[in-house]
Design a protein around this ligand. Sequence first.
Ligand code: FAD
Ligand code: NAP
Length: 336
Amino acid sequence: MIEHNVSLKPYNTFGLNAEAKLLVRINSVAALQEILADDKLMEEERFILGGGSNILLTRDVDGLIIKNEISGIEVVHETDSHVLLRSGAGVVWHELVMHCIGKNHAGIENLSLIPGNVGAAPMQNIGAYGVELKDVFHSLEAVEMSTGNVHSFSNSDCQFGYRESVFKRKLKGQFIISSVTLKLSKQPNINTSYGAIEAELERLGVSEPSIQDVSKAVINIRQSKLPDPKKLGNSGSFFKNPVIPTSQYEQLKRKHPDIPGYSAGEETKLAAGWLIEQCGWKGKIVGNTGSHAQQALVLVNYGNATGVEIFNLSAQIMQSVYDTFGVQLEREVNVY
Ligand code: FAD
Ligand code: NAP
């Protein structure tokens, strides 16, 4: 059923007031193919929506929103050491994580509580606390918009990078991801070296953590640091952490001795939140928007912001980081 003139406020975590001319919810590949075969609907501009936690709507959608609600989680292959688990693109990511933890299938516990749906996870190769989707990704199926044909993509086909994939670049807007298959381990390879996990496990009194413990620690840290989009509209980190040549980092370090840098192959990754904070934006309120007081990288909607206001704030922040450090920030959020 096609819905008309739909408010998108409940469907984006920034809580922005935009409207879609048309919206259709699809819960199977066949239903999706039926929509794609409708010549009249295909004349419309199309936009794929998951959980709306990585988008900034700066205008109404004068076209068709395809809301992916394909459900289902199943083990498609099993060995003594691994399972291949396929999930529908419309499954909520954190529900998949909880499902896996309940079954002792290890590999995505560090990615607990990331908002959004499974189908969007490959888009930017979601990552947190030292784990990225690509570390456990086996394959995905996606429907080609122009033909309705189903294609399979392997890990290397997806060309995953830091918050990147082929679907954000070369194949942008061409495929609708319908399912994702992960290769998860029956023997956990616990990874607690990153950020505040070890300190949180110590606080919880855990010395030999299980995947359940790691997940709990990550959930606690995230709940204490990040604004809950249900209470304060946001889209998580608005910018990517910039990766720059190590020689440029060393020059910056001479001028700013405290600048954090993390080795990223032959380059160095900076912490965008630190750069933004140094420029005086952390906690600053500008009209209806601002940079969050506890996490400068997160831009928030204080209630009545428009997408354009948030976009303009992001441009000011990018300019001041560039003027101060000579580093160009890149938006992580998909601007529409
Ligand atoms: P949407 O916002 O609905 O869509 C994002 C993009 O993907 C859009 O361009 C959309 O067109 C496209 N898309 C969506 N579904 C499909 C599909 N099935 N097929 C093709 N294209 C599709 N991200 C991280 O990587 N790590 C984090 O730790 C993290 N923490 C966050 C914390 C908070 C509080 C918030 C609000 C966001 C956070 N994010 C994080 C960002 C976000 O949760 C992820 O990028 C998530 O994968 C987006 O999923 P979604 O379903 O909401 O995507
Ligand atoms: P943090 O621990 O305060 O660290 C700040 C930044 O430094 C992070 O962005 C992280 O980069 C980097 N970093 C920290 N320890 C590192 C290490 N040992 N090796 C390499 N890089 C390291 O970060 P935070 O803001 O609380 O976030 C914690 C984790 O959740 C991070 O992985 C972050 O990406 C993720 N997160 C993502 C979003 C989003 O919307 N994308 C939102 C909230 C949290 P990385 O970002 O590259 O990991």
